[in-house]
Write a protein of this length. Structure first.
Length: 338
């Protein structure tokens, strides 16, 4: 089979012929319909994450496709069935793995992070339990496995703070941010939504998705804009999907009393301590999502309540797409189609 592989950190990816895996036991071979291109993939390719795989390595943790072959112990899965693959694989016995929270377990077992991923014609899934049935186009559905799942979990952490009349801010309206706005509009319909980004095209998309106010951080201070909106009181919830020093500082400064700041972005930033103890601001982090949460996200998409904005790319376009992603030139989610 053809696969796109990382041969050396910081170097272009290569298209190679590799053996097609044979499923055994509970394993399932999935024919990749689409594989989303994520900033995490870029960080791995550049050698910038703590857990790095052994090279050569096939990236891709955002996958949907078709069941091609199954092992002899697989139950309830049919060849040809459309599926979304949950990528936080974990065969450990820690409490998080036992509860189906692979996103909180060792990332060395994750698809496309420590084990071969979906930048290929086929991907070998270690257990049929990691497959979510799909009644939609796998190319359109591939981003649900991360770009859809990650903000879903993060927004759930915010919801108890977002009663009618409250205000929520999303910092960063890229592949994840577009889903975040849809979830907030769906689950907090009586809250006001503020979208912050540095690109007008993304802010225009945010308005289409229901943002009440958009702030171009390249031309105005988002903290001042939010404080002006709230009469200097601050907002009730902030979701930082960027994760730089600047955005984490902005998130904390625009948060009001008894609010929550949820940090998802992994751009290498550090949050400075702010002496606002009297404000009782809750600061938390959110990582990917659980298998149960992915099942919920897929159902929302099948019901037409959330949608992906994608760009289809071929194997030959992968390095150009990585360059665009690095420069902020990808709108929505790029999806690799074998």
């Amino acid at each position: 089979m053809r696969a796109i592989q990382l041969m050396a950190y910081g170097r272009p990816l290569e298209i190679r012929e590799v053996p097609t895996p044979t499923p055994r036991g509970e394993e399932v071979l999935v024919r990749v319909g689409g594989a989303g291109i994520c900033h995490t993939d870029l960080h791995i390719a550049e050698g910038k994450i703590a857990t790095l795989p052994t090279l050569p390595f096939t990236l891709g943790h955002e996958v949907a496709g078709y069941v091609e072959r199954v092992g002899e112990s697989v139950k309830g899965v049919s060849v040809g069935e459309r599926v979304v693959v949950y990528g936080a694989w974990s065969e450990r016995t820690d409490r998080h793995s036992i509860r189906g929270e692979g996103n909180l377990s060792d990332p060395s077992g994750w698809m496309g992070v420590g084990r071969p991923g979906g930048y290929a014609e086929f991907v070998l899934v270690p257990s049929y339990r990691y497959l979510v049935p799909l009644n939609a186009d796998p190319v359109e559905a591939a981003p649900l496995a991360d770009a859809g799942l990650t903000p879903y979990r993060a927004i759930k952490k915010m919801l108890s703070y977002l009663f009618p009349g409250t205000i929520a801010v999303v910092l960063g309206i890229g592949g994840l941010g577009s889903f975040a706005l849809q979830y907030l509009r769906l689950f907090a319909p009586y809250s006001k939504l503020v979208a912050v980004d540095v690109k007008e095209s993304r802010l225009r998309q945010a308005r289409d998705l229901g943002a009440d106010l958009t702030v171009d951080a390249s031309v105005e201070d988002p903290v001042e804009a939010v404080m002006d909106l709230t009469g200097r009181e601050g907002v009730n919830g902030v979701l930082d999907l960027v994760g730089t020093d600047s955005t984490m500082d902005q998130a904390l400064r625009m948060a009001g009393r008894e609010s929550i700041v949820v940090i998802v972005g992994q751009a290498g930033g550090t949050m400075k301590y702010s002496p606002r103890v009297a404000s009782e601001i809750a600061v938390t982090f959110s990582s990917w999502g659980t298998l149960t949460e992915l099942t919920e996200v897929v159902k929302l998409a099948e019901m037409g309540l959330v949608r992906s904005r994608i760009q289809r790319i071929s194997f030959e376009e992968i390095n150009d797409t990585f360059n665009k992603l690095r420069d902020g030139g990808v709108e929505g989610r790029a999806v690799l189609v074998p």
